[in-house]
Design a protein around this ligand. Structure first.
Ligand SMILES: Cc1cc2nc3c(=O)[nH]c(=O)nc-3n(C[C@H](O)[C@H](O)[C@H](O)COP(=O)(O)OP(=O)(O)OC[C@H]3O[C@@H](n4cnc5c(N)ncnc54)[C@H](O)[C@@H]3O)c2cc1C
Length: 418
């Protein structure tokens, strides 16, 4: 402990701001490579906003590298396909999660409860790693005698923490991203309502994603197990009262939607109902922006907020965690190691993330294009979406979800350790 401007200063080697998927996965990845970090979370407990999410093969590869995949694979089943029905034409596109190339057996898509995922990560961390009720309010940089940098983190409760490395995993409205000067996330012009429905006697649906498109609305549901279903509606409303929106969905917006979907939505556990406007960072900002500065960087939504249509925000946050920890581990011992490691991490991530964010945006545009218009361009947009996009382009996007971020410790080094 030291003193700055009369206040007590706590010292930490690595501080992660935010205890969501990115923050916890990064803390665990660092632990696995022998580095320890403190996680600052503004809320008094872990929060799982959005009930559930689907995890693609890239997420499972990362979870395997983190050594927690088995905890989830033993509980959650594989989703084989997504059935997307255009309610205006009656056509159903079958999207096979197996993609277009030869696949490994462990390359699958599974849904998980968000809370379960957060707990699976958190319970691997040493006690007291997560410091709850610790909201970051401002950041300052200071030069040390050896010309390296340290960062002072000011918390809402008056605490100041001096850190050698700061990783902002503080979500879409990240204070760390703002401090780095990254561009503000852009509005996608759509919002998402999500909820969890529980049928104690069993819901009876197959392990398939069901999606319905109509009038610019995309809605769907995903079984999590034999009793729980996660459902969502993506549409253009700009107000944020989820209960009113649910009422609107079941009485008006989705009244022409299949009864299966309405039955799922009507059975929502209201404590899980959420509304969120969809935002994304422009892909060119991710590719060319300054996502690190000396010893500060960002990961997860703080670095690459994206629209949810290809379900990659959380998956790519898990990739970030593994790659960032590997870069820090490799650089350790070298002079000015944090700077070199963070630079390497951002170089490895920026183009892939820009591509993923662009794919998500394009996919969202395609799914929400067309509407009910009878004009030729409206029909052409629908034709492009149903025939060209789902017929050819989607499988290429699916391919990029099979990225394997690799092990935390390269196989060569593991062999040397034996
Ligand atoms: C509708 C929708 C559906 C989605 N579906 C999927 C899907 O199927 N698959 C998928 O992979 N992804 C999906 N995503 C994306 C996924 O939810 C996010 O990418 C993921 O949650 C990002 O995790 P994160 O840890 O980066 O950020 P968050 O989950 O936002 O976590 C940030 C954490 O930081 C804390 N925090 C924030 N500010 C501060 C501060 N100043 N001080 C201290 N703590 C702070 C917050 O309290 C929070 O705990 C979806 C997103 C939406 C909106």
């Amino acid at each position: 402990m030291g003193k700055t401007e009369g206040a007590m200063v706590e010292e930490e080697e690595i501080v992660i701001v935010g205890g969501g998927i990115a923050g916890l996965a990064t803390a665990l990845a660092l632990k696995r490579v022998g580095l320890s970090a403190r996680v600052l979370e503004r809320y008094p407990e872990l929060r799982a906003v959005g009930a559930a999410l689907t995890l693609s093969p890239n997420a499972w590869f990362a979870l395997r590298a983190l050594g927690v995949d088995h905890k989830l694979t033993s509980v959650y089943h594989t989703l084989t396909k997504s059935l997307v029905t255009n309610l205006e034409t009656g056509a159903t596109q079958e999207v096979d999660f197996a993609g277009i190339k030869d696949r490994r057996e462990d390359a699958v898509v599974r849904p998980v409860h968000r809370k379960f995922l957060l707990q699976a990560l958190a319970e691997e961390l040493p006690p007291d790693t997560i410091r709850f009720s610790s909201k970051l309010i401002s950041i300052k940089s200071e030069s040390l005698e050896d010309s390296s940098k340290a960062t002072l983190l000011h918390l809402e409760d008056g605490t100041i923490i001096k850190a050698k490395v700061v990783i902002g995993c503080d979500g879409v409205h990240s204070a760390v991203a703002q401090w780095l000067g990254l561009s503000e996330p852009m509005k996608a012009g759509r919002s998402a309502v999500r909820g969890l429905s529980v049928f104690p006697e069993g819901h009876g649906f197959k392990m398939q994603v069901r999606q319905f498109l109509s009038g610019g609305i995309r809605a769907g549901f995903i079984p999590l197990n034999s009793t729980d279903l996660y459902w969502f509606v993506i549409e253009k409303s700009s107000s944020g009262n989820p209960e009113l929106i649910l009422k609107e969905i079941t009485t008006n917006l989705a009244k022409d939607f299949p009864s299966d979907f309405l039955a799922v939505a009507k059975n929502t556990d209201m404590s899980t109902l959420t509304w969120a406007p969809l935002v994304f960072r422009a892909p060119w900002s991710i590719a060319l922006g300054q996502a690190h500065s000396a010893n500060v960087t960002v990961a997860g939504d703080a670095m690459h907020p994206m629209t949810p249509e290809i379900g990659q925000g959380g998956c790519s946050a898990l990739e970030d965690a593994v790659i960032l920890a590997r870069c820090l581990s490799h650089a350790r011992g070298v002079q000015h190691w944090p700077e070199k490691a963070l630079q390497e991490y951002v170089e490895q991530r920026r183009w892939r993330l820009a591509w993923i964010v662009a794919c998500a945006w394009f996919f969202g545009k395609m799914q929400h294009s067309g509407g009910t218009g009878k004009e030729w361009w409206s029909g052409a947009a629908r034709w492009f979406r149903d025939r060209v996009f789902y017929g050819f382009i989607f499988s290429r996007i699916v391919d990029s979800l099979y990225f394997d971020c690799g092990d935390l410790i390269p196989a060569k080094s593991k062999a040397l350790l034996r």
